[in-house]
Ligand binder design. Sequence first.
Ligand code: NDP
Length: 433
Amino acid sequence: VKKNPGEPEFHQAVREVLESLKPVVDANEEKYRKEALLERLVEPERIIMFRVPWVDDNGNVQVNKGYRVQFNSAIGPYKGGLRFHPSVYLGIIKFLGFEQIFKNSLTGLPIGGGKGGSDFDPKGKSDREVMAFCQSFMTELYRHIGADTDVPAGDIGVGAREIGFMFGQYKRIRDAYEGVLTGKGLTYGGSLVRTQATGYGLLYLTEELLKLNGKELAGKTVAVSGAGNVAIYAIEKAYQLGAKPVTCSDSAGWIYDPEGIDLAALKEIKEVKRARLTEYKNYRPNAEYHEGKGVWSVKVDVALPCATQNELQLEDAKQLVANGCFAVCEGANMPTTLEATEYLQENGVIFAPGKAANAGGVATSALEMSQNSERLSWSFEEVDAKLQGIMVNICHNMADAAKKYGNEGNYVMGANVAGFEKVAEAMLAQGIC
Ligand code: NDP
C-alpha cells in the first residue's frame, strides 16, 4: 500500500490473489522468497503514461491521459484491453492488468498480462471526435506495441469503432499490416465470435460449473447487469441454453422484464442507437425501468454481473442469498467486492471469479492473433467450438486446483492458483528479470 498509494482497486485485486495463493506460497516459500517472486509479480514490468491532445467539434483542444501497463510477459506478449471511461486512472489500469496475468494464463494460451486506456469518455462524442481521439492516442501508443510485443483489445468504451480507428492509425504510422490489435472488424483481420466471446464464454463456464455441482442452467431465471458487449451476449447465450434473463442495466438505471429481456430491442438501443435504457419502455411497455442501482434485488436463481468493478456489494449479496440465488458468475472484472464474495461463499453460493468466467474474450482474441499470423480466417463454428472447449477446461482446472489444495468448491482460490502456477514457473525459469 505504501509503494502504491491511492490505488484501492489495485490493492483489492492483489490482496484477493495473494490471500488465496497462501497454500501454494507456503509449499514453495524458500524458492519464492529467494527469487522475490511475489515482489516481482506485483510490480508491472513497464508503465507508460502519456498526453492525448485532440480537437473537438467546436475547434477546442481537449487533453486526456493515456495509459498502458505492461504487467507481465513471462508466458507471452502482453495482452489485454483498452478502457475509455472517465473513471480511468492508473490504479484501475493496474488492477485490470494484474488480473489479466492470471486470466490469460488460465486460458492455456501463450499470452502475458497488460491493460491500458484513457479517461476519455466516448459517450456523447461525434464519430469524428472519437476518431480524432483514437488517432492521437495511437500516435503515442504505437511505439510501445506490436504483434509480438503487446496486443491491445477492447474493454469498456472501446468497441469495433474505436479499434478500427486505432488500427487505421497504427497501420498508417508503421506501414505494417499486422495483428497488433484484436477485436478488429471482419473485413480487416477480425475473428468471428470475438464480439460474442466474453458473454458466450461466461455462459459456457456457468453451465459447466452448475453441472459440476449437480445443477442445471436450463429453466433457471438469471439476473444480468450491464447492457454493453458482455451483457448483451451473455443474455443471448443464456436464452440459447434455455435460461431466462430478466434484467439488464446501465449507469443510469435498470430494467426488470419478468417475461425475459427483449434481446432485439436491447441490441437496437445499445448497439445501433447508442441510447439509454429508458428507451426500453418504448419496446416493452410492461417492463419496469428503475433509476439507479437495483438488479440484485430481483428474485433469481443465477446472477451474472457484467457491468463494472465493485457493482455487487455486501447488501446486494445478502439480498441475492435471501432470494434463493445459488450461483454468481462474474462477466465483468472484479464486480463483486471482497466482503460480498466472502458472504456468498459462506452461504453456499457457487461463485466463479471474473478472471475465469470472463476469460472467453481474451481467449478468442488470442485465436484472432493465431488467425492473423497464419493469414487465415476460421469459421464461426470452429472458433465457437474452441471457445467452448477453453471455457470447459478453465472450469475444470480451477475446480481441480481448489481441490488439490484442500479447498474444494472455492473457485476464487482455484482460479488464482491455476493461473499463477504456470506464470510462476515461467518467471523462475527465466531468471531475475
Ligand atoms: P461496455 O462499455 O460495452 O459496457 C459496459 C456496461 O456497463 C454499460 O452498460 C455501462 O453503462 C455499464 N457501466 C460501465 N461503467 C459503469 C459504472 N461505473 N456504473 C454502472 N454501470 C456501468 O463494456 P464491456 O461490456 O466490454 O465490459 C463490461 C465489463 O466486462 C468490464 O468490467 C470489462 O472489463 C469486462 N470484460 C470485458 C471483456 C470484453 O471482451 N468486452 C472481456 C473481459 C472482461 P453505461 O453505458 O451507462 O456507461
